[in-house]
Design a protein around this ligand. Structure first.
Ligand code: NI
Length: 396
């Protein structure tokens, strides 16, 4: 047995993490058994506040409705680093059969946000002990409502980026497509801008036996859905990734009635502002063209959602160096994804990086948002070490 060497951050972080890992897994299982949907994370925020109080870390609750923000002051002045975790669960039934499975019917932590919340609590505990070594401070951001409900926007509206103002930001997500103990990063655009549209196709209803006396919105809607397939294939520049997906068509009631209207709902995902603009303009034009061609009107409501998440080399490089210094060569460059994530709103304001934390358990092939999702809980300890070391590096 060798004595801990206080000047060796790898050892210090490993030992501090090992000392709390079992306790963190208990917290995670408790959160997992009690999932809460976006902006309803009252119990979860209570657990976070309780743990921060226990650690003696000053914090504020009620930021962005159910968000919690803690502050760790370093031993020397320097920049403010925000580290963000999301807390919300998903509206789906858990099918894992685990002893700590969801006790709430129809709600489940299937995206691992229970893992994220717990990981950030672990980082809080480690960095509290290493605070004298930090040149700057760490803002611990426990965010509600990441799953498309606007939690980050609500926290920003409540001042999470201000007083003290955030200079750089770290995010993270568990990745069941990567082995536990490994890490990943993407340079530049990493997650997509996520926009959505609702189109009401309006014709003129009537008897199905006399179509010539009606204007059929269903046939027009079917044609519009087909035309929307040309937005990506014929209009967006081929080297800019984009997806246009129609996820719902709703119209009509029965066999012998032509309805008045049909509704089309869909999502647009892009990694570059130009692709985003081209796709929106094309969709609007195709809708407008239905009037001349098919005699229907298409009222479109097009809402731009979270922007593309841009990782910044100024945060990536020190963070990746830190992960390598802590664990060795377990980090690889990955590919961008067309999923969306509202950490992008932080990244729009300050240099930021979202670290991918491998969560695949040996022998399993898990997917996020799946009712049988079972991440390897060791990813919590690995995440705590990686993020703590990255904070030490960024505030060195
Ligand atoms: Ni998620």
């Amino acid at each position: 047995m060798s004595d801990p060497r206080p000047n060796d951050p790898a050892t210090a972080i490993r030992q501090l993490t090992a000392a709390i890992e079992a306790q963190l897994i208990e917290v995670r299982r408790d959160l997992h058994a009690h999932p809460e949907l976006g902006f309803e994370e009252v119990r979860t925020a209570g657990v976070v506040a309780r743990e921060l109080t226990r650690l003696g870390i000053p914090h504020q609750t009620g930021i962005g409705k159910t968000g919690v923000v803690g502050m760790i002051e370093g031993g020397r002045p320097g920049p403010v680093l925000a580290i963000r975790a999301d807390m919300d669960a998903l509206p789906m039934q858990e099918e894992t059969g685990l002893p700590f499975a969801s006790t709430v019917p129809g709600k489940m932590h299937a995206c691992g946000h229970d893992i994220h919340t717990t990981t950030l609590l672990g980082v809080a505990a480690v960095l509290r002990d290493l605070a004298p070594q930090l040149a700057g401070s760490v803002k611990l951001v426990f965010q509600p409502a990441e799953e498309g409900l606007g939690g980050m926007a609500a926290m920003i509206a409540d001042g999470v980026m201000d007083s003290p103002s955030v200079d750089l930001a770290l995010g993270f997500h568990n990745h069941p497509d990567m082995k536990v103990g490994t890490f990943g990063y993407v340079r530049g655009p990493t997650l997509a801008a996520s926009d959505r549209f609702d189109i009401v196709v309006r014709g003129q209803g009537g008897h199905a036996a006399y179509p010539h006396g009606s204007v059929d919105p269903l046939v027009a809607a079917a044609m519009l859905v087909a035309q929307l397939q040309t937005v990506v294939s014929r209009e967006v520049p081929p080297l800019l990734p984009a997806v246009v997906t129609v996820g719902a068509i709703q119209g009509g009631t029965t066999h012998n009635i032509i309805p008045d209207t049909c509704v089309i709902k869909g999502t647009v995902r892009t990694l570059h502002p130009r692709a985003r603009d081209v796709a929106e303009a094309a969709i609007r034009r195709l809708c407008a063209g239905m009037r001349e061609g098919m005699r229907v009107t298409c009222a479109i409501e097009y809402r731009r959602g979270t922007p593309c998440l841009m990782n910044d080399d100024r945060v990536i490089d020190p963070s990746i160096a830190a992960v390598r210094a802590q664990f060795g060569d377990v980090v690889a460059e990955g590919e961008p994804s067309l999923g969306g994530e509202d950490f992008a709103l932080m990244a729009e304001r300050v240099p930021a990086f979202q670290l991918r934390i491998g969560s695949a358990a040996p022998g399993r092939a898990d997917r996020l948002h799946n009712s049988d999702y079972q991440p390897d809980e060791r990813c919590i300890g690995f995440g705590v070490q990686a993020l703590s070391r990255a904070a030490l590096q960024l505030l060195g």
